[in-house]
Design a protein around this ligand. Structure first.
Ligand code: ADE
Ligand code: ZN
Length: 329
């Protein structure tokens, strides 16, 4: 085990379905006799060529996740893998669209099963997890209203957040204000993907129209100094996923990635993996690369983990206990 595998970590931007190992998806496809031709390459990895194709492959792989039990198995597998990389606290994005399509009764069964999976993982590996229900932007604002309603009606226990993923280029943030307000009124913490494949305007649009305390990615904000100042003044936390961004060719390599520039300017940043098997990464690799290529040390990692715990969508007792793991150095 490497030094960077052992160090305690938080991860606040991890898509449950996007963290499904290819073998897990293939196994379920075999059990259910579902044809997934075109989803994997010759080496057995997920196959995609660009962001939109990535989203297509992702949705095709999700076709095998059909029952609450499938999601329970997936939560347990994903949390076991996270814990093996030293993650002690994680927030999993999960889409009600894949869990009954927005039907409340069905969603409750899925949520109960996923919660059982997280409780079993905590008992086995000590990892603490919370769930962030997400709408899929390119499915549109009407569907987002349906999914935010089921999230708002079940906001308790491990379900503590609401967010939005999917194709950032689809529609305007204002289309989703109703869905986000509905979720926020139920007490869920709020985040949204922005500034990943679209530029600073997308982040500004999100801040203007959605009640977020965090932004998924947000890294393209670096192109606009006024926006960087706004992120700092409004205490907005960025869920940065360097390996994902590089894999999607948004930046050539870590040296050209804006994570250091944003941090040095005073923006609150954190580090996560997004969809690790799709982007050939994991939390150990993220930390190892930040150390080797940008010279980050334990004090730098402790700082981002403190930021993540302060921004986490969890109760204060959990926050306080976990913050202690990131003191010192
Ligand atoms: N859903 C899963 N991964 C995503 C990403 N990186 N951007 C937008 N939506 C996503
Ligand atoms: Zn994401």
């Amino acid at each position: 085990m490497s030094e960077w595998r052992d160090i305690a970590k938080t991860e606040i931007h991890l898509h449950l379905e996007g963290a499904a190992p290819p073998d897990f998806i293939r196994q379920l496809a075999g059990e259910k006799k579902i044809d997934l031709s075109g989803v994997f390459d010759a080496a057995g990895n997920y196959k995609w060529v660009d962001f939109v194709d990535f989203l297509n492959t992702y949705e095709r792989a999700c076709e095998v996740l059909k029952a609450p039990e499938d999601f329970k198995r997936l939560v347990e597998a994903v949390l076991a893998e996270s814990a093996s990389h030293g993650v002690v606290y994680t927030e999993l994005f999960l889409a009600p669209d894949f869990c009954g399509g927005g039907d409340l009764i069905a969603w409750k069964e899925y949520l109960a099963a996923m919660s059982e999976g997280a409780i079993a993982a905590k008992a086995a590996f000590g990892i603490e997890a919370r769930f962030i229900a997400t709408c899929v932007r390119h499915l549109g604002a009407d569907q987002a209203k349906i999914t935010s309603k089921v999230a708002a009606e079940t906001a308790s226990g491990l379900l503590t957040g609401w967010g939005m993923g999917g194709d950032e280029a689809f529609g305007a943030a204002a289309d989703f204000t109703y869905a986000f307000e509905q979720a926020a009124e139920s007490g869920l913490g709020i985040t949204s993907h922005a500034g990943e494949v679209c530029g600073p305007d997308s982040v500004r649009d999100t801040l203007d129209n959605l009640p977020v305390s965090r932004i998924g990615h947000g890294v393209r904000s670096v192109d606009d100094p006024d926006l960087v100042r706004r992120l700092i003044e409004n205490d907005i936390v960025l869920e940065v996923n360097p390996g994902s961004n590089i894999s999607l060719s948004l930046f050539k390599n870590l040296k050209e990635h804006p994570i250091s520039a944003l941090r040095d300017a005073g923006v609150k940043i954190t580090v996560s993996t997004d969809d690790p098997p799709y982007f050939h990464t994991d939390m150990t690799a993220e930390y190892t690369n930040l150390h080797q290529e940008l010279g980050w040390e334990v004090k730098d990692f402790n700082a981002i983990n403190q930021t993540a715990m302060q921004a986490a969508f969890c109760d204060d007792a959990t926050r306080k206990t976990l913050l202690k793991k990131f003191e010192g150095a």
